[in-house]
Design a protein around this ligand. Structure first.
Ligand SMILES: C[S@@+](CC[C@H](N)C(=O)[O-])C[C@H]1O[C@@H](n2cnc3c(N)ncnc32)[C@H](O)[C@@H]1O
Length: 278
């Protein structure tokens, strides 16, 4: 698969401006983002790119601040090189060390996650991933049946498995993410993560103790009813990939319609990861 790389420059470079753009791009199919000096790069499969949609999506931000972008075609063969030169290991508190296969282990961390990120989102660098990992650390996974919706690299499923979860179903509609989850499951020596490629139509007719869904506001709203259907009585569900203002209230209202009760949320740079139960 070929990708377009859009190099966005925001002037002056403010993080909140970049987050607004990243969120807007995520909603129209951009699936990987990388910070660079004075801006960020956003990637989308060439087949998913629609200039008209992009212009429409960015129109409101043109009036809010100044930015520009340049488009480059990235043939797939360059992809691994792009990641290897950019991916730094990261830590979540003093508990989790996330590294690529080409980094040295750090045995002083109780949990290590090995990721070969390729084109898939979910290296722990994004605030939504790190907050989801923080929620996971606070949750009892022992023997639990878990659904990880929008699994990206499989990072959340892998962490759940390391905390003793039973069977984990990890779903992503992007075949690159599916392959990445299968591969990363092996790198981490796990055999209880079942990866599926697709969207809500492939969610199995089973009951899950815990649902993890770090996607984006619109997909969460669209899929909420199905998540509620497959969540066991007394189950827990964690959502991320949206903003505190105005998205959290919209997510809470939709969750409430399907019997999901809001418990609490974390925020980081206005991104949210929220816990609900049924
Ligand atoms: C924000 S990333 C999260 C990745 C990872 N779970 C994490 O926490 O870092 C969202 C993921 O959802 C996937 N996704 C977006 N829309 C989807 C849909 N309708 N069905 C399934 N997966 C979807 C994207 O391909 C992407 O990998």
């Amino acid at each position: 698969m070929n990708y377009y790389e859009l190099l966005f420059t925001t002037i002056p470079a403010e993080e909140y401006q970049q987050d607004l753009l990243i969120n807007a791009l995520g909603e129209i199919g951009f699936d990987t983002f990388e910070e660079v000096d004075f801006g960020f790069k956003a990637y989308i499969p060439t087949d998913d790119f629609d200039q008209e949609k992009l212009d429409k999506q960015l129109a409101m931000y043109k009036d809010m601040f100044s930015f520009s972008y340049e488009i480059t075609l990235i043939p797939e063969k360059n992809w691994n090189e792009v990641w290897e030169s950019n991916f730094e290991p990261i830590t979540i508190g003093d508990k989790i060390f996330v590294r690529a296969t080409f980094h040295q282990p750090r045995p002083e961390f109780p949990y290590e996650i090995v990721i070969d990120p390729k084109m898939a989102f979910g290296t722990g660098h994004h605030q939504t991933t790190s907050m989801m990992l923080e929620w996971i650390l606070e949750t009892d996974f022992a023997g639990k049946k878990v659904l990880d919706m929008g699994c990206g690299t499989g990072i959340l499923a892998i962490m759940a498995a390391k905390l003793g979860a039973g069977k984990i179903t990890a779903i992503d509609y992007d075949p690159v993410c599916y392959d990445s989850t299968v591969e990363n499951t092996k790198f981490n020596g796990l055999n209880n993560i079942i990866a599926l490629c697709g969207s809500k139509e492939v969610i199995p007719d089973e009951q899950f103790d815990i649902v993890l869904a770090n996607i984006n506001r619109n997909i969460l709203l669209d899929q909420m009813e199905r998540y509620a259907e497959v969540l066991k009585e007394g189950g827990e569900i964690y959502f991320s990939g949206f903003y505190e203002t105005p998205d959290l209230d919209i997510i809470k209202a939709e969750a409430g319609k399907h019997g999901l009760k809001y418990i609490n949320h974390k925020t980081n740079k206005d991104w949210v990861a929220a816990k609900f139960v049924n």
